[in-house]
Design a protein around this ligand. Sequence first.
Ligand code: PLP
Length: 341
Amino acid sequence: MEINLISDTVTKPSNEMLQFMFNAKVGDDVYKQDPTVNELENAVAQLFGMEAALFFPSGTMANQTAIKLHTNPGEQIICDKYSHIYHYEGGGASFNSGVSCCLVDGNRGMITADLVKNAINDPEFYHAPLTSLVSIENTTNKGGGACYDISELKKIKQVCIDHNLKYHLDGARLWNAMVAKKQHPKQFGELFDTISVCLSKGLGAPIGSVLLGSKVDIKRALRIRKIFGGGMRQAGYLAAAGMYALQNNILRLEEDHRRAKEIGELLKTLNWVEKVEPVETNILIFSVRPSLEEKWVIEKLQQKNIFISSMGHGKLRIVTHIDYKEVMHNYVMEALSKMQF
Ligand SMILES: *Cc1c(COP(=O)(O)O)cnc(C)c1O
C-alpha cells in the first residue's frame, strides 16, 4: 500500500467516475459541439450564478487566460508573495501577457484590502506600471490551505471598484474553502470578474479546470484559449469526470479536512516537530527542529511507504485527498506517532 500525501493532484479516477466518463456523449468542442462540455460549463456557471464558463485542460491555462483578458502588456497585477500565478506558472504572466506582479506581504498567502490599496500605482504617475488586476488565491497553496472570510474579499472588491481594477480569483481549491467555511459559490460569483476552479485536485477528476466570467469575457477567453493551444476536441469524456466530481465529491472534502487536522494535532505532540501551521483545509505545513533535516523525515516515512514533500527551509507539506482513505489514515497516524529521531 503506497500512501501518497504529496499533493491532491495524485488522485486517480474511481471506477464509478471512469464508467461515467465512458458513457459520455461527445462532439467536437472546438466547434462548441460537445454536449458534455457544454453541460459542464453551464452547470458550473449556474452554480456560481455567473453568466458563462469555459472548460480548460489546466488551472494554469485558466489563470493565464484570465490574466490575458484583464491586462495589457506593461501593466501590473497585485497578488500575494506566495501566489501560484507568480511562483508556479512558469513565468506565464510575463511570457503570455507581458505583465509584472506587485507582490504584497500577506498572511499565509492571503492579502487584505489595505495591502491592495497601498500597492496600487498612481495612474497619473506614468513612470510606474499601470495597475490593472488584483488576483487572489483561495484556498492558498503555498500559504497552507488558508481561506478567506467573505468580508475581506468584499473590502478588496470595493478597492477594485474605486480604482477601476479587475478582480480575479484563483480558486483551484475553492471547493475546499467553501466546504470548510460553509460558503456558497454565489457569494464568490457576485464578487469576481473571473474565477478559475480546478476539477482535478480535491474533486478527484483526472484533468480539467473551469474559468467563469461574464458572457463578453468568456467569449474573449475562448479566443485566448485557442491561441494558448487549449482547444480540445472530444473533451466531453474529460468534462464527464468533472460532472461526476461536482455531483459526488464536494461534500466529502470534509473528510480530507478532518484527516489533515488530526495529523496536525498529532504532529504538535511530537518532540521533533518545531511548529505546525494552522490547518483549515486539506493542506498541512509543518517544520522540524532546526537540528533535523527535512530529508531524514521524508526518507523515514518513505521506508513505511508514506510519501510527503519538502518545501525547503525546514518545512514539510502533507496534502490529504480522495484517495487517502481511513485505513491509510490510521496507518499514517500510527507510523508518525512511533517515529523518533
Ligand atoms: C494547482 C493550482 C493551480 C493550477 O494548476 P494546474 O496544475 O495547472 O491545474 C492554480 N492555482 C493554484 C493555487 C493551484 O494550487
